[in-house]
Design a protein around this ligand. Structure first.
Ligand code: PHE
Length: 512
């Protein structure tokens, strides 16, 4: 309504007058909001109803301090009023006033010779004072002009600051009419039938307007796939890093290398498959509730393959297959406990056990799915993340095969400079941490963990003696974070993720 009123006023005024010389004055005379008047002028100018010309004026605006004094009065007057006719000891006056009011007020009041700042007493030198500062500030607030010396003084006291005021002068334009015609944006069936399209004025096309963003689902960066190839996007990728992982592309790489996906749709696992089958002793710190989420309901697993459980118990307690075992009392209750799987290697152990129940065939398996660890959440850790796992199971494999497969796999991700460091996992021997040289960061970064599954894990399953399994695992988040330049994992995954970011993220590509 404000807008309609402003438009009516402007067009109406120009019907009989040549010019609105100052939009500010025009607005205040009619009690209109100047911002609204400016918006209307811009719009009318755009449609050439009027021709508007900028006018600028230097104005003064009150600072916060200036504004405060319009209410409380200036500090010098506050101080003056706090002095009784008989005078007051300095300390007492100081106590009565705000420290800044006292400080500024006493300096100003002394300068104006309103008060005598004696050693003992502060006394009034005159009976009555006017608060000129306050009334000047009020005048400025009201847009009234005041003289230059006074402006200078207020500016020096930082009670006012300069501000450029912007307005317009307005004249009739080539399309001027006392009322704005409604322009049609669509040619309708009715327009055609009635024939009124002949009289209609159509809005011009704006060919540089952007289309509306499409409402649709969007892929999360962890899932995003490259579906097209684009110059800018290549530049961006080249700029980002050499670690470029996204789930879909990883799946493609695994499939191209002949790997089958393992079924990872069970987040709840028993300790048996997550730990015991992997020859992880029951006192191992990772099995502590600090690192593992145990389930309250159902707290234990329903069934395990009993004869295999017996062989696992044996290998933990007293060994076998040329191993000495750990030599402790293995407890079934520990193995039965349900948990949220802490690694996808739990799935690998199920798959290898299943493989061992049939005549042996070599296999290449992979998975990419969620795992859970009871970690303190911070910018690089969440209590859940995605693990990428690959394994090859065949007769007579050696460490060289693991190195070869890792080189092949990681080079397909664009990571061809690899280094390995001896490591320890209860279920692999030897074990190696995998490092890759990160061109962007200019240093070696840890990207995964790997090893050859121990005979203590494979032989109780019933796999033939000469079958070896090489395997590796890594997180999906870390390389993706580097890839998308995300430095807080909570921006990538979980309830704090910015959905706008998910929509707008460009597609990144692996393996340049
Ligand atoms: N399970 C290991 C981890 O969670 C990764 C791994 C998989 C290590 C396979 C060796 C072999 O870090």
């Amino acid at each position: 309504r404000e807008r309609a009123m402003a438009e009516e006023a402007i067009l109406g005024y120009l019907e009989s007058k040549d010019e609105i010389s100052d939009s500010g004055q025009f607005a205040s005379e009619r009690g209109l909001d100047h911002n609204e008047v400016v918006n209307v002028i811009k719009s009318l100018h755009g449609f050439r109803y009027v021709v508007a010309q900028d006018i600028k004026r230097e104005m003064w605006m009150l600072t916060d301090e200036g504004n405060a004094y319009t209410v409380t009065g200036s500090p010098e007057v506050q101080l003056f009023l706090a002095i009784p006719p008989e005078g007051i000891p300095k300390e007492e006056l100081q106590k009565k006033l705000d420290p800044s009011v006292f400080k500024i007020g006493s300096a100003q009041a002394a300068k104006r010779k309103w008060v005598e700042m004696g050693k003992q007493l502060v006394t009034r030198k005159i009976q009555h004072v006017e608060d000129e500062v306050k009334s000047l500030l009020l005048q400025i607030q009201d847009g009234q002009a005041i003289n230059q010396d006074e402006i200078k003084a207020l500016k020096a006291r930082k009670l006012i600051v300069p501000q450029t005021w912007k307005g317009y002068s307005v004249k009739k334009g080539p399309n001027y009419a006392p009322k704005r015609k409604k322009v049609a944006t669509d040619l309708t069936r009715e327009n055609l039938q009635r024939g009124d399209w002949k009289e209609l004025e159509f809005k011009e096309y704006n060919f540089s307007a952007k289309g509306l963003p499409i409402e649709s689902g969007h892929l999360h960066p962890l899932l995003k796939a490259r579906t097209y190839f684009h110059h800018n996007f290549l530049m961006e990728v080249a700029f980002l890093s050499n670690i470029k992982l996204v789930r879909h592309q990883l799946k493609g790489i695994f499939r191209q290398m002949g790997f089958e996906e393992m079924p990872t749709n069970n987040y709840v696992e028993s300790s048996f498959w997550n730990f015991d089958a992997l020859f992880q002793p029951q006192q191992h710190p990772a099995r502590d509730s600090h690192d593992t989420f145990f389930l309250q309901v159902p707290s234990t697993t329903k069934q395990l393959p009993e004869d295999y459980v017996e062989r696992v118990k044996q290998i933990h307690e007293s060994g076998g297959y040329q191993s000495r075992g750990y030599g402790y009392d293995w407890k079934r209750e520990e193995a039965d406990k349900n948990l949220l799987r802490t690694h996808t290697t739990a799935v690998s152990s199920r798959m290898l056990y299943a493989l061992a129940q049939k005549p042996f065939v070599p296999k290449k398996y992979y998975s990419i799915d969620r795992v859970f660890r009871n970690e303190a959440v911070d910018r690089t850790h969440l209590a859940e993340f995605h693990q990428i796992e690959g394994l090859v199971c065949d007769r007579g494999l050696a460490l060289g095969d693991l190195l070869g497969v890792l080189k092949e796999f990681f080079s397909r991700l664009g990571m061809s400079k690899l280094r390995f460091k001896p490591a320890y996992n209860p279920y692999t021997e030897p074990s190696m941490e995998i490092f890759s040289y990160h061109e962007g960061l200019g240093k070696w970064v840890e990207i995964g963990n790997s090893g050859m599954f121990r005979p203590e894990m494979l032989l109780p399953m019933g796999l033939p003696e000469d079958v070896r399994v090489i395997a590796w695992g890594l997180s999906l988040e870390r390389p993706t974070m580097i890839l998308y330049g995300i430095d807080n994992i909570r921006d990538l995954f979980g309830h704090k993720v910015d959905l706008g970011l998910i929509k707008k993220n460009s597609i990144c590509r692996l393996g340049l």
